[in-house]
Write a protein that binds this ligand. Sequence first.
Ligand code: PMP
Length: 394
Amino acid sequence: MFETLKKATLDKIFVLMAEYAADPRDGKIDLGVGVYKDPKGVTPVLNSVRKAEQRILDTAKTKVYKGVVGNKEFSAAVVDLALGGVVDLKRIRCVNGAGGTGALSILMNVLSRARPGGRIFISDPSWPNHWPMAELVGLKPVYYPYFDHQTRLVDFDAMMKVVDGLTPDDTILLHGCCHNPTGANLTPAQWDIVAASLQRTGAFPLVDLAYLGFGDGLEADAYGVRKIVSSVPESMVAFSASKNFGLYRERAGVAIAIAKDSDSADVVSSQMQNVIRATISQTPDHGAEIVRIILEDMDLRAEWEAELKEMRERMQRLRVKLAEAIRQRSNSKDFDFIAEHSGMFSLLGLKPEVVEKLKLEDAVYMINDSRINVAGIPEDRVGELADKMLAAIG
Ligand code: PMP
């Protein structure tokens, strides 16, 4: 039977991770995989997370199922964190997802039940799994322009030409703060324009939100998602705690649906629960419980916010350092955009052969579209990295 299957293409990120792991060279640099790294190159367990985990160890009496909607207190704390009370809670329903991607998958399944075969507009570029996730549930993915390859910033005019032409039957998948793999983000004024456009066209927004706190801070980063959900009658948000709590493998996420009223919200909730029951039956709780404990405890929350600030400021510092090192060496402002981007990623705009050369000759690994994870830049080797990049560009 298996002979009927064709070998599936693996996500290029996983292929690159395997290549990096197998590379025996000393001093290899991993700018590929999208996880935060500290100055030692380690993705740490946050102290706030360790303390919350200890509390679970000390006090948990059971590992029995939580129920299909998952950890309700975790969901409520996340809704408060991300949406900050801009929408009446009576209109909001949540279920836990297995990470942000798991939450997104639940939401897309419900979407496809509401509008089978409906179009979902995805930014170009986006994460490599957005498109196949939409196809898997029978939605029809379509690209909308997002990135200006000359300026390496958002091509907002091109984006809005498509967004303004959406219909009430269309869905648009928006990236919350720092979520776009290019590193280029919408400004608050641009979020206002997108929200006004959605109000006008009636298109349905789904926001993928995995980097809250990685840009300018928790409140500032929430501007876009709050603007969207408070401007339209119906929306969805997929929240991930993988990056900002460093909980990657614990798979903590929340699928948030915002309906026009409480009755409609109950229907959406029943659909989300039905999807969970028909797929994984119950969602993981360990990461969810850690986040709940942290967000509900004033001291732990303050400690987490300080740790998040440290991660954010380190990435901002690395951006400025790399942009400056390249400017000094090349006497050009061509890479200044690295410091203007925010979050963990920047799309450098290097040719595929340059990316390949950096990997083969210098053991510098980045995704083949030249996306880098700035947290992977070794702080004491920024000059060396700039030299290598400029030499490879030629
Ligand atoms: N959305 C998308 C499209 C992702 O690929 C990811 C993983 N990088 C996330 C959200 C958030 O991460 P996670 O699923 O690990 O919570």
